[in-house]
Structure formats: structure tokens, C-alpha cells
Write a protein that binds this ligand. Structure first.
Ligand code: ADP
Ligand code: MG
Length: 267
């Protein structure tokens, strides 16, 4: 006789909410994300939550990974990576796109797909494009799995320094002077695009801060003191995002604020 459908005995503890901690990813901030996930895995209360660590490799495979936060640290200046933590070189975790199901499946070439059970909430611990920029959030909206953090619009706007400034300005907030160089502008006429930056420096002075528009963790950002450093700074920013942003230097103290809200009608 199957005991599966029998009511749970009072001694049996209720099922803990299952949290999928998703980290790594395809952006240049892969390593930073793994470090952050290590901190999350260490801090999460295991008496309250059941944890399923899912690492996204640099080429985008969702891998099952070891639940070993101590291996998720920078060692000898080398950042950790999901490929080193993955339990197999080929297996992939598949999230249901059907909102009626929260059942996660593990598939490995040559094997029958294995059910990994239901996930109650996804905790995205990703940085940068394909993680923090609304794309993963869109996937999670489609699959109907609740997730931690900002929604699609706030993630997309927050990840793109150009659009973040445009939204801030539209709400009356002040932002520092900046210019944007779009990929097509650069492809069409590099000299004209470079002149736009030099003219900007003529107006606002050096140093300039040259940045990829969609990146973070200071990756790809260069402080340029004069014309001689400009070309290398542009190339470095473009390595991370073909759209780049050039800002005038701001003087003052930098303050980071965290804003948390449950209100669905806010950005
Ligand atoms: N316009 C600027 N003026 C002065 N310092 C800047 C400027 N832009 C960036 N920085 C410095 O570079 C750091 C990273 O830049 P930021 O725009 O915050 O990028 P990220 O998204 O990588 O955090 C800032 O914390 C600050 O120290
Ligand atoms: Mg910053």
C-alpha cells in the first residue's frame, strides 16, 4: 500500500519553502556573482529554508552546483566560477515555462530527466546582463515562479546607466553631465564620435569617466586624465558593452542607498 496520500503525522515537520539560489551567469561579473552567492548560501537559515543552488555557467548552462560556500571565494586574485563548482560538465536544470508547474527538472545527455522537486521562490544572485537586467526576471515572470528583487522594468532601467539617468531626470532628480556613444554611431564615424567626447571634455573638463552603459562592479570603467588615455578607455568600455557612457567627474562623497518596497505599483 502506498503511504504517499496519507495525512502527515503531527510529528512530521511541514515542508520548508524551497529556495533556488541562482548565480554566476553570462556577464563579465560572473565571478563577483559567485562570491555574492557564497555569502547568501552561508547566511540563509537552513532551519527555515531548503536550498537548491543553481549556477549558470559563463556560456549560459544552468548547472546543479555544490552547496559549498567556502569554495565560492576569490583565491590568489582568481575569482570562482560555476564551471568549477558544477556537479557535471553537461547536465542542465530546466525551469518550467508553464506557470501551472513549479517542478524543476534535471536533464543530462543519455539519461532520463530527473525531477528535482518544486521550487517555491527563485533568489537571483546575478550581476549584470542576463541576470540583473530584467531578462532573467522576464523568464521568471513567464514561468510564474516568485522571485526575490526588482521586477522586469526596474531591473532593466537600473542596469542601463543611460536609461537610469533618463528616468531619474524625468522625475526631477539631478544627474551629472554625460554623453552616450551608441554602437552604430561608433561604427559609422569613429572620428565624429571621438570628437563628441573631446568636445564634452572641452565643456566640462578632465578627468572623464568612460564606462560601459550596461555593466557593474566597476568593470570596464576608466578614469581618463587627458586625451592620451581616451582611446584605450573607449576600447575597454566597449569590450563590455558596445554602448558606452562618458561622464564628467563628480566631486563629493558617494553614498549607497538600498531601497526596499513591497508595493507593486512602484518602479
Ligand atoms: N562621474 C564620476 N565622478 C567621480 N567618480 C566616479 C564617476 N563615475 C564613477 N566614479 C567612480 O567609479 C566607481 C564606479 O562607478 P559606477 O558608475 O558606480 O559604476 P558601477 O555600476 O560599476 O558601480 C564609483 O563608485 C566612483 O568611485
Ligand atoms: Mg556603483
Amino acid at each position: 500500500m502506498s503511504t504517499e496520500n496519507l495525512p502527515q503525522s503531527p510529528e512530521q515537520p511541514p515542508r520548508k519553502p524551497r529556495v533556488a539560489v541562482v548565480f554566476g551567469g553570462r556577464s563579465s561579473e560572473h565571478g563577483i556573482s559567485v562570491v555574492t552567492a557564497g555569502a547568501v548560501l552561508k547566511a540563509i537559515d537552513r532551519t527555515k529554508y531548503d536550498v537548491l543552488p543553481i549556477g549558470i555557467t559563463q556560456d549560459g548552462r544552468w548547472a546543479l552546483t555544490a552547496d559549498e560556500p567556502e569554495r565560492m571565494a576569490i583565491v590568489d586574485r582568481r575569482p570562482p566560477s560555476v564551471d568549477l563548482l558544477a556537479e557535471s560538465a553537461e547536465g542542465a536544470v530546466i525551469l518550467p515555462v508553464d506557470p501551472a508547474s513549479r517542478e524543476v527538472v534535471y536533464s543530462e545527455p543519455g539519461s532520463v530527466p530527473k525531477a528535482l522537486g518544486e521550487v517555491d521562490v527563485v533568489f537571483p544572485v546575478l550581476h549584470g546582463p542576463y541576470g540583473e537586467d530584467g531578462t532573467l526576471q522576464g523568464l521568471l515572470e513567464l514561468s510564474g515562479v516568485p522571485y526575490v528583487g526588482s521586477g522586469v522594468l526596474a531591473s532593466a532601467v537600473g542596469q542601463d546607466k543611460e536609461y537610469m539617468k533618463r528616468v531619474f531626470t524625468s522625475f526631477g532628480l539631478k544627474v551629472g553631465p554625460y554623453v552616450v556613444i551608441r554602437p552604430r554611431e561608433w561604427e559609422r564615424d569613429e572620428a565624429a564620435a571621438r570628437k563628441k567626447i573631446v568636445d564634452f571634455a572641452g565643456e566640462h573638463g578632465w578627468p572623464l569617466f568612460v564606462k560601459p552603459s550596461r555593466a557593474g562592479s566597476s568593470i570596464g570603467i576608466t578614469k581618463v586624465d587627458d586625451l592620451s588615455g581616451l582611446d584605450e578607455a573607449i576600447a575597454e568600455a566597449q569590450r563590455h558593452d558596445p554602448k558606452i557612457l562618458v561622464e564628467a567627474a563628480l566631486h563629493g562623497r558617494e553614498i549607497c542607498l538600498l531601497y526596499k518596497s513591497d508595493a507593486a505599483d512602484e518602479l
